[in-house]
Write a protein of this length. Structure first.
Length: 148
């Protein structure tokens, strides 16, 4: 009869320090791109959020300017709005002409230009700026026209 030789158990051996170092290095190389991806995603999300806030703010301002009677809407150049101003008088003929429902975000500013294109048409330009290095800008244009 054929018999198997008695089984000899190998002494258990732990991890060698070099194996642990190599495993950590491989894991680190795999995780670093994930952290970079998360960082880029959060920066992109913040930029998108600021663009959305600036666009909503500029659209609201354009709508309020278009509600001012055409004859009272006098041309202006580089009228600036910054900070937390609850009420801003842009046209002295209408002291309550612009009512800002919410303040600008910290570091954001707004520049308003109104140009006479023709006697019956005026161009309203809103430029929103925020951030440093680089400065981000958003431009929004609209027309105000003479209505009978």
């Amino acid at each position: 009869m054929f018999r198997l030789p008695p089984f000899k158990q190998q002494p258990s051996r732990g991890f060698v320090l070099m194996e642990v170092v190599i495993a950590i290095a491989i894991l680190g190389i795999g995780i670093i791109p994930l952290f970079q991806l998360m960082s880029n995603t959060s920066a992109s999300t913040a930029l998108s959020q600021n663009e959305l806030v600036a666009m909503c703010w500029a659209e609201e301002l354009i709508e309020q300017i278009q509600c001012i009677p055409f004859t009272d809407l006098s041309p202006c150049s580089n009228q600036e709005i910054t900070g937390a101003i609850p009420v801003c008088t842009l046209w002295p003929a209408k002291p309550d002409s612009i009512i800002l429902t919410r303040p600008l975000m910290k570091g954001m500013s707004c520049h308003i230009n109104v140009f006479s294109v023709t006697p019956k048409l005026k161009l309203v330009e809103i430029t929103m700026q925020w951030g440093t290095q680089p400065v981000h800008e958003l431009h929004l244009n609209a027309f105000a026209e003479w209505r009978l």
